[in-house]
Design a protein around this ligand. Sequence first.
Ligand code: FES
Length: 204
Amino acid sequence: MKVTSYRKPDSGGFAFTAENEAQADAYIARYPEGRQASAVLWLLYLAQDQNGGSIGQEQIDYVAAYLGMAPIRVHEVASFFTMINERALGRHHIQVCRTTSCWLRGSDEIGKACLEEAGIETFGGTSGDGLFTVSEVECLGACANAPMFQVNDRDYHEDLTPETARAVIRALREGGTVESGSKSGRVSSEPPADSRRTLLADAG
Ligand code: FES
C-alpha cells in the first residue's frame, strides 16, 4: 500500500523529476506504513543520480522532507555508505577495495598505482584535470577475484596487478572502452587452467 502520511517537501532549488518522484514513491511503497524512512538509501541514490553523481545539503534536506525525517538522520546514512558521495567527484570514480581478500592479494599496491597513474596525492582526491577520483572502500563482494576496483558504481575490474590497474586508468583517460571483469583471463572466479581438477580425479 502506498504511504501517504508524510509531508512532501516544499518546492526549493532541488526537486525530483516527475519520473524520479514516481520511482521514489514506488520505493517507499515497498515498506509498511509508517516505515517510509526505510527507503532513505534508495532516495539518496536517486537524488545523487539526478544531481550528477553527488549530493549536498540541498539534496539531504529534500530527501529528509520527502520522508519526514530529520536532516541529520539522512546525513548519517549518506556519510556511512560509500555509494553516496557528499562531494563532487571526477568523471571516473575508482573505488579500490582494501578489505581482507584484496589486501592479502596486494590492494596496497593497486591503490598506489591508481593514485600515481591518475595524478592524485591521497585517497579521496580528484585529479587536476577532473577526470579521476580515487577512493578506498570496503569489500565490494568480488573477493574470489581479488584484488579489484570498481569504476563509476558499475564496472568491476578484477584480478588486477599494478600494471593492469594502470592500463585501465590510461584507457579511461584516452576515452576508450575498457572491458570490465577479470584481467587474468578467467571467465569468472574459476581456478587457473593449470590447477583445475575434479573430485573423481582426486579419488584416483
Ligand atoms: S575483499 Fe575485496 S572484494 Fe571482497
